[in-house]
Design a binder for this molecule. Structure first.
Ligand code: NAG
Ligand code: NAG
Ligand code: NAG
Length: 387
């Protein structure tokens, strides 16, 4: 072949590689950069709402972004009346709709608690699981509730009471996202994990094999001593974020409420689609130091990501870490997203397979200057340093 033909063949191959995304940047080149950041909610700025907390973030099956938060009407307290607030983005987070409220608990003394958002990619629905009366403050019993959207978050069903199927128990989903299993075992199953009350605490998963019509109780990892008042350093697994790994197992990253064994995260794994969480697979991740808080986890293209305020004592220093070894080790080069007060966080990404969508993950987190509950911020992270 002459030189011109070589150039033609070479440029054809290169453009084919680019368009197929074969020229995927390798995980070893991950160098995350905060590419864009916007405040989605500012506490106290709007008449009806005192404090926005507990942010959730997800892409829908059609590629729209949905952000949710508790809109606490009268104070920053966990109890009290609330709305569930939503904002939508149809351009991958560049612009956002105004806030609307999709659930209103009226003047409830305890009110609603978020919650997990689950996207069912097989039917294109978005399901939000929350609880009412979780703290049993001037009310009883606690109920697990669900609302559903069939139009990418524009409109929502009336609340459904899942306690009729699950039994009455204190169950606070997430906070974070629930998963739909993409791989076997139990491909297609919806898995939502959360925790119980402080005395009867532990990690519990609820499951649905028919796109959210019927729910049943799955795995339980109970606290010790169960149903009894805890002391410092008791085993008390609490708020949690499940992620599906590429072998079909579910890894759950858990808040270690009473600092049992370490001031760090508890990790537990289910090999049967959320039916059980064997103690044999439980470990403490000493690298993931934690002030006992709800954290973010995400598996994208075989890389595991983790966000939390990386500090043993205080809710400050929101940090992004990543693991190329399914969480058995973490890269040394962690990225600080916010040095100051920071709280709960949740991550999402779009797994469309396109080269562009492989470059980004998105984080929503509580962020402030004096207190972590001043704002809810949305950060677009470029995984390859802007390249
Ligand atoms: C939900 O159903 C349970 C069981 O039937 C019931 O005890 C509870 O009061 C219901 N909660 C709400 C908010 O309707
Ligand atoms: C912030 O997190 C990083 C990574 O874990 C850690 O090295 C650093 O000491 C933390 N800083 C503070 C002030 O907690
Ligand atoms: C991570 O998990 C995947 C899927 O099970 C496996 O193929 C890979 O070898 C694992 N990586 C490491 C470093 O263990």
């Amino acid at each position: 072949m002459d030189e011109r033909k070589w150039v033609a063949v070479l440029s054809f191959l290169l453009s084919a590689m680019f368009s197929l995304g074969v020229y995927a940047i390798s995980p070893g080149e991950i160098d995350p950069l905060v590419y864009d950041e916007q405040l989605l909610w500012v506490s106290g700025a709007q008449g009806e709402v005192n404090t926005y907390r507990i942010p959730l973030l997800t892409f829908t099956a059609k590629g729209n972004l949905l952000a949710f938060a508790e809109a606490r009407k009268h104070s920053s307290s966990d109890v009290g009346a609330k709305f569930i607030a939503i904002r939508r983005s149809t351009d991958k987070g560049a612009t956002w709709s105004p806030t609307s409220f999709i659930v209103d608990d009226g003047t409830h003394p305890d009110g609603l608690s978020l919650g997990s958002v689950v996207v069912d990619e097989e039917v294109g629905s978005v399901i939000l699981i929350y609880s009412v009366c979780f703290h049993l403050y001037l009310c009883s019993p606690s109920s697990t509730m669900m609302v559903e959207s069939l139009d990418d978050g524009l409109s929502w069903s009336k609340p459904r009471n899942l306690s009729e199927q699950l039994g009455s128990k204190n169950f606070a989903a997430g906070p974070g996202f629930g998963i739909q299993k993409r791989y076997n075992p139990a491909k297609g199953r919806l898995v939502v994990c959360g925790h119980g009350t402080i005395e009867g605490d532990g990690v519990f998963c609820i499951l649905s094999d028919d796109h959210g019509r019927k729910w049943y109780n799955g795995a339980a990892l109970k606290s010790i001593p169960y149903n009894q008042k805890k002391k410092p350093q008791d085993f008390n697994p609490d708020e949690c974020q499940p992620v599906e790994m590429m072998d079909g197992s579910i890894v759950i990253n858990v808040r270690n409420q009473n600092n049992y064994h370490c001031r760090c995260r508890v990790v537990v794994r289910s090999h049967d689609g959320g039916l059980s969480l064997p103690i044999d697979d439980l470990y403490f991740d000493y690298t993931l130091v934690d002030p006992a808080i709800a954290a973010g986890a995400l598996q994208k293209d075989g890389v595991l990501y983790f966000t939390n305020p990386s500090n043993e004592q205080h809710r400050i220093n929101l940090t992004l870490r990543w693991s190329l070894t399914n969480g058995t080790s973490w890269e040394n080069k962690a990225v600080q997203i916010w040095a100051g007060p920071s709280g709960y966080s949740c991550m999402t990404s779009l797994d469309s397979g396109s080269a562009e969508d492989r470059k980004y993950i998105f984080v929503i987190y509580e962020k402030g200057h004096k207190d972590y509950d001043e704002t809810v911020s949305f950060a677009k992270i470029h995984l390859y340093g802007g390249f």
